[in-house]
Write a protein that binds this ligand. Sequence first.
Ligand code: ZN
Length: 111
Amino acid sequence: MDASPQRRRQEIEPAEISQESNTQLRISWADGRICHYDSLALRRVCPCAQCVDEWTGNRILKPESVAQEVEINDLSIVGRYALNFIWSDGHQTGIYSFEYLRNLCERDGTG
Ligand SMILES: [Zn+2]
């Protein structure tokens, strides 16, 4: 039953979203997994149209151009499916879907 739609829904449904510090975010998912996110890593993978070419999918943002000390000034939930961050460098157009965040966590093997 691993790949059932029901299970996948739980995997991308946050039970708790907690900003633990200016640079640390924790999401507890409905399936019980807990993922930790670092502000610099998140900022570098911003999926917005300024950071990623919408047509080719190529990343426009250069990872090294993001300030090491970038912080999360604020975050909000968009609809029921995504998070929006306001970064300390003024960037705030990225919409990080829960599925995207979950995939980041699984890919990095954190949490
Ligand atoms: Zn962006």
